[in-house]
Design a binder for this molecule. Structure first.
Ligand code: 2NL
Length: 401
Protein backbone atom coordinates (compact mmCIF):
# COMPACT_ATOMS: atom_id res chain seq x y z
CA UNK A 1 0.00 0.00 0.00
CA UNK A 2 2.77 2.36 0.87
CA UNK A 3 4.61 2.12 -2.39
CA UNK A 4 1.29 2.36 -4.18
CA UNK A 5 0.67 5.56 -2.27
CA UNK A 6 3.90 6.95 -3.61
CA UNK A 7 2.86 6.04 -7.09
CA UNK A 8 -0.29 8.01 -6.70
CA UNK A 9 1.37 11.10 -5.46
CA UNK A 10 3.28 10.99 -8.70
CA UNK A 11 6.79 10.32 -7.37
CA UNK A 12 7.14 6.68 -8.31
CA UNK A 13 7.57 6.83 -12.01
CA UNK A 14 11.36 6.69 -12.28
CA UNK A 15 13.32 9.50 -13.71
CA UNK A 16 13.76 8.85 -17.35
CA UNK A 17 16.31 7.85 -18.45
CA UNK A 18 17.21 6.32 -15.10
CA UNK A 19 20.28 7.57 -13.21
CA UNK A 20 23.44 5.57 -13.89
CA UNK A 21 22.65 5.21 -17.60
CA UNK A 22 24.20 2.00 -18.88
CA UNK A 23 23.06 -1.60 -18.59
CA UNK A 24 24.96 -3.01 -15.72
CA UNK A 25 23.39 -6.43 -16.06
CA UNK A 26 23.96 -6.66 -19.79
CA UNK A 27 20.30 -6.68 -20.62
CA UNK A 28 18.65 -4.34 -23.06
CA UNK A 29 17.60 -1.76 -20.63
CA UNK A 30 16.37 -0.83 -17.18
CA UNK A 31 14.18 -2.97 -15.08
CA UNK A 32 10.61 -1.79 -14.72
CA UNK A 33 10.12 0.96 -12.13
CA UNK A 34 8.98 -1.23 -9.25
CA UNK A 35 9.31 -4.86 -8.24
CA UNK A 36 6.33 -5.60 -10.43
CA UNK A 37 8.11 -7.31 -13.32
CA UNK A 38 5.22 -7.58 -15.65
CA UNK A 39 3.83 -11.04 -15.06
CA UNK A 40 0.57 -11.80 -16.84
CA UNK A 41 -1.65 -10.43 -14.09
CA UNK A 42 0.22 -7.18 -13.89
CA UNK A 43 0.47 -6.88 -17.63
CA UNK A 44 -3.17 -7.25 -18.37
CA UNK A 45 -4.24 -5.56 -15.14
CA UNK A 46 -7.54 -6.05 -13.43
CA UNK A 47 -10.31 -5.67 -15.96
CA UNK A 48 -11.85 -2.22 -15.87
CA UNK A 49 -15.56 -2.25 -15.28
CA UNK A 50 -16.52 -0.73 -18.57
CA UNK A 51 -13.92 -1.02 -21.28
CA UNK A 52 -11.59 -4.00 -21.89
CA UNK A 53 -8.24 -3.69 -23.52
CA UNK A 54 -8.21 -4.93 -27.11
CA UNK A 55 -6.96 -8.55 -27.23
CA UNK A 56 -4.05 -7.60 -29.48
CA UNK A 57 -2.63 -5.31 -26.87
CA UNK A 58 -2.85 -8.02 -24.27
CA UNK A 59 -1.05 -10.61 -26.31
CA UNK A 60 1.59 -8.17 -27.43
CA UNK A 61 2.36 -7.22 -23.89
CA UNK A 62 3.39 -10.72 -22.89
CA UNK A 63 5.42 -11.58 -25.99
CA UNK A 64 9.20 -11.69 -25.78
CA UNK A 65 9.93 -8.62 -27.93
CA UNK A 66 7.95 -5.49 -28.38
CA UNK A 67 8.15 -2.48 -30.64
CA UNK A 68 8.00 1.16 -29.70
CA UNK A 69 4.89 1.47 -31.80
CA UNK A 70 3.13 -1.33 -29.93
CA UNK A 71 3.88 0.20 -26.55
CA UNK A 72 2.79 3.64 -27.70
CA UNK A 73 -0.43 2.10 -29.03
CA UNK A 74 -1.01 0.41 -25.71
CA UNK A 75 -0.54 3.67 -23.85
CA UNK A 76 -2.89 5.39 -26.26
CA UNK A 77 -5.51 2.63 -25.81
CA UNK A 78 -5.08 2.86 -22.05
CA UNK A 79 -5.64 6.60 -22.16
CA UNK A 80 -8.84 6.28 -24.18
CA UNK A 81 -10.13 3.51 -22.00
CA UNK A 82 -9.23 5.33 -18.77
CA UNK A 83 -10.95 8.51 -19.88
CA UNK A 84 -14.15 6.58 -20.70
CA UNK A 85 -14.11 4.63 -17.44
CA UNK A 86 -13.43 7.70 -15.32
CA UNK A 87 -16.17 9.62 -17.07
CA UNK A 88 -18.60 6.80 -16.34
CA UNK A 89 -17.68 6.33 -12.64
CA UNK A 90 -20.77 6.80 -10.51
CA UNK A 91 -19.27 7.54 -7.11
CA UNK A 92 -15.99 8.28 -5.31
CA UNK A 93 -15.52 4.62 -4.32
CA UNK A 94 -15.64 3.57 -7.95
CA UNK A 95 -13.12 6.31 -8.79
CA UNK A 96 -10.77 5.07 -6.12
CA UNK A 97 -10.99 1.57 -7.54
CA UNK A 98 -10.16 2.93 -10.97
CA UNK A 99 -7.18 4.79 -9.62
CA UNK A 100 -5.81 1.59 -8.11
CA UNK A 101 -6.52 -0.37 -11.32
CA UNK A 102 -4.87 2.22 -13.53
CA UNK A 103 -2.01 3.74 -11.55
CA UNK A 104 -1.52 1.31 -8.68
CA UNK A 105 1.58 -0.79 -8.20
CA UNK A 106 -0.05 -3.70 -9.98
CA UNK A 107 -2.14 -1.49 -12.22
CA UNK A 108 -2.37 -1.10 -15.94
CA UNK A 109 0.27 1.58 -16.32
CA UNK A 110 2.81 -0.48 -14.38
CA UNK A 111 2.02 -3.38 -16.67
CA UNK A 112 2.86 -1.37 -19.79
CA UNK A 113 6.02 0.04 -18.23
CA UNK A 114 7.06 -3.49 -17.30
CA UNK A 115 7.15 -4.35 -20.98
CA UNK A 116 9.32 -1.32 -21.70
CA UNK A 117 12.39 -3.21 -20.54
CA UNK A 118 12.23 -5.18 -23.74
CA UNK A 119 12.72 -2.09 -25.93
CA UNK A 120 16.10 -0.97 -27.14
CA UNK A 121 17.58 1.49 -24.64
CA UNK A 122 17.35 4.58 -26.89
CA UNK A 123 13.62 4.12 -27.37
CA UNK A 124 12.74 3.91 -23.74
CA UNK A 125 12.80 7.64 -22.93
CA UNK A 126 10.01 8.25 -25.43
CA UNK A 127 7.83 5.65 -23.77
CA UNK A 128 8.72 6.93 -20.33
CA UNK A 129 7.75 10.47 -21.23
CA UNK A 130 4.54 9.31 -22.82
CA UNK A 131 3.77 7.29 -19.67
CA UNK A 132 4.37 10.32 -17.45
CA UNK A 133 2.02 12.40 -19.55
CA UNK A 134 -0.59 9.64 -19.38
CA UNK A 135 -0.23 9.37 -15.64
CA UNK A 136 -0.67 13.07 -15.08
CA UNK A 137 -3.63 13.09 -17.40
CA UNK A 138 -5.31 10.19 -15.61
CA UNK A 139 -4.67 11.86 -12.28
CA UNK A 140 -6.23 15.07 -13.38
CA UNK A 141 -9.20 13.26 -14.93
CA UNK A 142 -9.71 11.42 -11.62
CA UNK A 143 -9.52 14.71 -9.74
CA UNK A 144 -11.96 16.45 -12.05
CA UNK A 145 -14.46 13.60 -11.93
CA UNK A 146 -14.22 13.43 -8.13
CA UNK A 147 -14.92 17.15 -7.94
CA UNK A 148 -17.89 16.73 -10.31
CA UNK A 149 -19.35 13.87 -8.28
CA UNK A 150 -18.91 15.76 -5.03
CA UNK A 151 -20.51 18.94 -6.28
CA UNK A 152 -23.48 17.15 -7.79
CA UNK A 153 -23.94 15.18 -4.52
CA UNK A 154 -23.89 18.48 -2.64
CA UNK A 155 -26.33 20.09 -5.07
CA UNK A 156 -28.70 17.09 -4.67
CA UNK A 157 -28.49 17.37 -0.93
CA UNK A 158 -29.16 21.09 -0.92
CA UNK A 159 -32.18 20.55 -3.17
CA UNK A 160 -33.46 17.73 -0.94
CA UNK A 161 -33.01 19.57 2.33
CA UNK A 162 -34.63 22.80 1.35
CA UNK A 163 -36.35 24.47 4.27
CA UNK A 164 -39.10 26.97 3.67
CA UNK A 165 -38.34 29.57 6.30
CA UNK A 166 -41.41 31.55 5.26
CA UNK A 167 -43.84 28.69 6.08
CA UNK A 168 -46.24 29.67 8.87
CA UNK A 169 -45.47 27.98 12.20
CA UNK A 170 -47.92 25.84 14.15
CA UNK A 171 -49.57 28.19 16.63
CA UNK A 172 -49.06 27.29 20.27
CA UNK A 173 -51.15 29.62 22.38
CA UNK A 174 -49.23 31.02 25.33
CA UNK A 175 -50.49 29.53 28.58
CA UNK A 176 -49.84 29.81 32.30
CA UNK A 177 -50.21 27.76 35.44
CA UNK A 178 -53.67 26.90 36.68
CA UNK A 179 -54.63 29.15 39.63
CA UNK A 180 -54.90 26.09 41.87
CA UNK A 181 -51.39 24.95 40.98
CA UNK A 182 -50.09 28.49 41.43
CA UNK A 183 -51.66 28.53 44.92
CA UNK A 184 -50.00 25.21 45.87
CA UNK A 185 -46.63 26.53 44.73
CA UNK A 186 -47.05 29.80 46.61
CA UNK A 187 -47.89 27.93 49.83
CA UNK A 188 -44.91 25.58 49.40
CA UNK A 189 -42.63 28.56 48.74
CA UNK A 190 -43.64 30.16 52.03
CA UNK A 191 -42.97 26.97 54.01
CA UNK A 192 -39.72 26.38 52.13
CA UNK A 193 -38.72 29.85 53.33
CA UNK A 194 -39.46 28.71 56.91
CA UNK A 195 -37.15 25.71 56.54
CA UNK A 196 -39.60 22.97 55.53
CA UNK A 197 -38.98 20.26 52.94
CA UNK A 198 -41.61 18.99 50.53
CA UNK A 199 -42.67 15.36 50.93
CA UNK A 200 -45.13 13.42 48.78
CA UNK A 201 -46.81 10.02 48.87
CA UNK A 202 -49.40 7.75 47.21
CA UNK A 203 -53.04 8.71 46.66
CA UNK A 204 -54.13 5.08 47.02
CA UNK A 205 -53.54 4.23 50.66
CA UNK A 206 -54.17 1.54 53.23
CA UNK A 207 -56.63 1.89 56.10
CA UNK A 208 -53.64 1.81 58.43
CA UNK A 209 -51.85 4.88 57.04
CA UNK A 210 -54.98 6.89 56.37
CA UNK A 211 -56.80 6.22 59.66
CA UNK A 212 -55.36 3.86 62.28
CA UNK A 213 -51.86 5.41 62.43
CA UNK A 214 -53.53 8.79 62.90
CA UNK A 215 -55.32 7.68 66.01
CA UNK A 216 -58.57 6.99 64.16
CA UNK A 217 -59.32 3.32 65.00
CA UNK A 218 -62.11 1.36 63.27
CA UNK A 219 -65.59 2.58 64.29
CA UNK A 220 -64.23 5.94 65.45
CA UNK A 221 -66.83 8.64 64.64
CA UNK A 222 -64.17 10.66 62.75
CA UNK A 223 -64.35 7.98 60.06
CA UNK A 224 -67.86 9.14 59.20
CA UNK A 225 -66.66 12.68 58.58
CA UNK A 226 -63.91 11.42 56.30
CA UNK A 227 -65.74 8.73 54.39
CA UNK A 228 -63.88 7.88 51.22
CA UNK A 229 -63.75 5.60 48.16
CA UNK A 230 -62.66 1.98 48.57
CA UNK A 231 -60.81 -0.07 45.97
CA UNK A 232 -60.54 -3.84 45.55
CA UNK A 233 -57.92 -5.29 47.94
CA UNK A 234 -54.29 -5.11 46.75
CA UNK A 235 -52.03 -8.06 45.91
CA UNK A 236 -51.32 -8.60 49.61
CA UNK A 237 -55.07 -8.76 50.35
CA UNK A 238 -54.88 -5.46 52.25
CA UNK A 239 -57.69 -2.94 52.08
CA UNK A 240 -57.09 -0.04 49.67
CA UNK A 241 -58.75 3.36 49.68
CA UNK A 242 -58.26 6.87 48.35
CA UNK A 243 -56.56 8.98 51.01
CA UNK A 244 -58.78 11.56 52.72
CA UNK A 245 -55.85 13.81 53.70
CA UNK A 246 -52.10 13.97 53.12
CA UNK A 247 -51.35 12.98 56.75
CA UNK A 248 -50.32 9.45 55.60
CA UNK A 249 -47.39 11.14 53.82
CA UNK A 250 -46.18 12.43 57.18
CA UNK A 251 -46.62 9.04 58.85
CA UNK A 252 -44.58 7.41 56.09
CA UNK A 253 -41.96 10.14 56.36
CA UNK A 254 -41.64 9.64 60.13
CA UNK A 255 -41.26 5.88 59.64
CA UNK A 256 -38.34 6.49 57.30
CA UNK A 257 -36.75 9.54 58.98
CA UNK A 258 -36.02 10.06 62.66
CA UNK A 259 -36.93 13.46 64.18
CA UNK A 260 -36.19 16.34 64.04
CA UNK A 261 -38.51 16.74 61.08
CA UNK A 262 -39.98 19.73 59.25
CA UNK A 263 -42.02 18.80 56.21
CA UNK A 264 -44.83 20.10 54.07
CA UNK A 265 -47.00 17.57 52.17
CA UNK A 266 -49.07 18.78 49.21
CA UNK A 267 -51.41 16.56 47.21
CA UNK A 268 -54.78 15.47 45.93
CA UNK A 269 -57.19 13.99 48.47
CA UNK A 270 -60.66 12.42 48.31
CA UNK A 271 -63.83 12.45 50.38
CA UNK A 272 -67.29 11.06 49.84
CA UNK A 273 -68.93 14.45 49.58
CA UNK A 274 -71.68 15.73 47.30
CA UNK A 275 -70.60 18.49 44.93
CA UNK A 276 -71.75 22.03 45.71
CA UNK A 277 -70.27 25.52 45.57
CA UNK A 278 -67.77 24.74 48.34
CA UNK A 279 -67.37 20.94 48.23
CA UNK A 280 -65.77 18.54 45.80
CA UNK A 281 -65.07 14.81 46.29
CA UNK A 282 -61.58 15.49 44.95
CA UNK A 283 -59.64 18.43 46.30
CA UNK A 284 -56.13 19.49 47.27
CA UNK A 285 -54.50 19.76 50.63
CA UNK A 286 -51.26 20.96 52.10
CA UNK A 287 -50.28 19.61 55.49
CA UNK A 288 -47.36 20.72 57.65
CA UNK A 289 -45.53 18.79 60.34
CA UNK A 290 -42.75 19.85 62.69
CA UNK A 291 -41.36 17.44 65.26
CA UNK A 292 -38.45 18.30 67.52
CA UNK A 293 -37.39 18.59 71.13
CA UNK A 294 -39.14 21.36 73.03
CA UNK A 295 -41.78 22.39 70.51
CA UNK A 296 -44.96 23.79 72.07
CA UNK A 297 -48.13 25.64 71.08
CA UNK A 298 -46.31 28.97 70.78
CA UNK A 299 -44.23 27.55 67.92
CA UNK A 300 -47.39 26.34 66.25
CA UNK A 301 -49.05 29.71 66.70
CA UNK A 302 -46.04 31.66 65.43
CA UNK A 303 -45.54 29.43 62.42
CA UNK A 304 -49.21 29.41 61.34
CA UNK A 305 -49.60 33.16 61.90
CA UNK A 306 -46.44 33.94 59.92
CA UNK A 307 -47.57 31.69 57.09
CA UNK A 308 -51.07 33.19 56.90
CA UNK A 309 -49.79 36.75 57.00
CA UNK A 310 -47.33 36.00 54.20
CA UNK A 311 -50.09 34.49 52.09
CA UNK A 312 -53.01 36.87 52.79
CA UNK A 313 -51.14 39.99 53.88
CA UNK A 314 -50.73 41.45 57.33
CA UNK A 315 -54.24 40.63 58.64
CA UNK A 316 -55.54 39.61 62.08
CA UNK A 317 -55.36 35.85 62.75
CA UNK A 318 -57.27 34.05 65.50
CA UNK A 319 -57.16 30.52 66.96
CA UNK A 320 -60.33 28.79 68.22
CA UNK A 321 -60.27 25.58 70.23
CA UNK A 322 -61.38 22.60 68.20
CA UNK A 323 -60.94 18.84 67.91
CA UNK A 324 -58.99 16.47 65.66
CA UNK A 325 -58.28 12.83 66.59
CA UNK A 326 -54.57 13.24 65.73
CA UNK A 327 -53.81 16.48 67.62
CA UNK A 328 -54.22 17.57 71.23
CA UNK A 329 -54.88 20.40 71.80
CA UNK A 330 -56.37 21.33 68.43
CA UNK A 331 -57.48 24.61 66.90
CA UNK A 332 -59.26 26.12 63.90
CA UNK A 333 -57.61 29.21 62.48
CA UNK A 334 -59.48 32.22 61.08
CA UNK A 335 -58.23 35.30 59.23
CA UNK A 336 -59.99 38.66 59.16
CA UNK A 337 -60.61 38.99 55.44
CA UNK A 338 -62.54 41.95 54.01
CA UNK A 339 -64.40 42.65 57.24
CA UNK A 340 -65.29 39.02 58.11
CA UNK A 341 -63.62 36.17 60.01
CA UNK A 342 -62.93 33.34 57.57
CA UNK A 343 -61.99 29.85 58.75
CA UNK A 344 -58.99 28.79 56.65
CA UNK A 345 -57.16 25.92 58.37
CA UNK A 346 -56.93 23.48 61.26
CA UNK A 347 -53.95 22.64 63.45
CA UNK A 348 -52.78 21.26 66.78
CA UNK A 349 -50.01 19.62 68.77
CA UNK A 350 -49.37 16.08 67.51
CA UNK A 351 -51.26 13.65 69.78
CA UNK A 352 -48.79 11.53 71.84
CA UNK A 353 -50.76 8.43 70.76
CA UNK A 354 -49.69 9.08 67.13
CA UNK A 355 -46.02 9.31 68.16
CA UNK A 356 -46.24 6.15 70.31
CA UNK A 357 -47.70 4.27 67.35
CA UNK A 358 -44.56 5.19 65.44
CA UNK A 359 -42.20 4.16 68.25
CA UNK A 360 -41.24 7.81 68.90
CA UNK A 361 -40.88 8.77 72.57
CA UNK A 362 -43.49 11.53 73.27
CA UNK A 363 -41.63 12.48 76.45
CA UNK A 364 -38.69 13.57 74.38
CA UNK A 365 -40.23 14.65 71.06
CA UNK A 366 -43.15 16.98 70.52
CA UNK A 367 -44.49 18.75 67.51
CA UNK A 368 -47.28 20.47 65.75
CA UNK A 369 -49.23 19.85 62.57
CA UNK A 370 -51.60 21.86 60.43
CA UNK A 371 -53.70 21.22 57.38
CA UNK A 372 -55.41 23.40 54.81
CA UNK A 373 -57.56 23.06 51.71
CA UNK A 374 -55.86 24.64 48.70
CA UNK A 375 -59.15 25.34 46.88
CA UNK A 376 -60.34 27.43 49.79
CA UNK A 377 -57.11 29.45 49.86
CA UNK A 378 -57.35 29.99 46.12
CA UNK A 379 -61.04 31.00 46.27
CA UNK A 380 -60.56 33.43 49.16
CA UNK A 381 -57.52 35.03 47.59
CA UNK A 382 -59.16 35.56 44.17
CA UNK A 383 -62.80 36.03 45.23
CA UNK A 384 -63.94 32.88 43.38
CA UNK A 385 -67.57 32.09 44.22
CA UNK A 386 -67.80 28.43 43.22
CA UNK A 387 -65.23 25.62 43.61
CA UNK A 388 -66.43 24.05 40.34
CA UNK A 389 -64.92 26.93 38.37
CA UNK A 390 -61.52 25.51 39.32
CA UNK A 391 -62.23 22.17 37.64
CA UNK A 392 -64.19 22.95 34.46
CA UNK A 393 -61.31 24.31 32.35
CA UNK A 394 -63.38 27.21 30.99
CA UNK A 395 -60.91 29.54 29.27
CA UNK A 396 -63.12 32.57 29.94
CA UNK A 397 -62.48 31.86 33.63
CA UNK A 398 -58.86 30.70 33.43
CA UNK A 399 -57.70 33.57 31.24
CA UNK A 400 -58.48 35.99 34.07
CA UNK A 401 -55.47 34.75 36.05
C1 2NL B 1 -57.65 20.63 58.25
C2 2NL B 1 -56.93 20.19 59.45
C3 2NL B 1 -55.04 19.03 60.17
C4 2NL B 1 -53.22 17.66 60.84
C5 2NL B 1 -54.07 18.12 59.87
C6 2NL B 1 -51.59 15.88 61.29
C7 2NL B 1 -50.70 15.02 60.72
C8 2NL B 1 -49.99 14.17 61.54
C9 2NL B 1 -50.14 14.20 62.87
C10 2NL B 1 -51.03 15.07 63.38
CL1 2NL B 1 -48.90 13.07 60.86
N1 2NL B 1 -51.74 15.90 62.62
N2 2NL B 1 -52.28 16.71 60.50
C11 2NL B 1 -53.34 18.14 62.15
C12 2NL B 1 -54.32 19.06 62.42
C13 2NL B 1 -55.18 19.52 61.44
O1 2NL B 1 -55.83 19.44 59.14
O2 2NL B 1 -58.54 21.42 58.36
N3 2NL B 1 -57.28 20.15 57.08
C14 2NL B 1 -57.89 20.53 55.86
Amino acid sequence: MRSEGRTLRGAALPEWPPPGGSNRDGSHGCEPPEEDTGGPAATTGAALPTVALPPSAVTTAVSATITLQQLTDQLQALETEAAAAIGAAADPAELEQLRVDLLGKKGRLSGVLGAMGRLPGEERPQVGQRANVLKEQVQSLLGERLHQLQSSALADRIARETLDVTAPCRYVPPGHRHPLQATVEEILDIFAGLGYRVSEGPEVESDHYNFTALNIPPHHPARDMQDTFYLAPGADGGERLLRTHTSPVQIRHLEANPPPVRIVAPGRVYRRDAVDATHSPVFHQVEVLALDEGLDFSHLRGTVTTFLQRFFGDLPVRFRASYFPFTEPSAEVDVRWRGRWLEVMGCGMVDPAVLEGLGIDPERWSGFAAGLGVERFCMVRHGIDDIRRLYTSDLRFLEQF
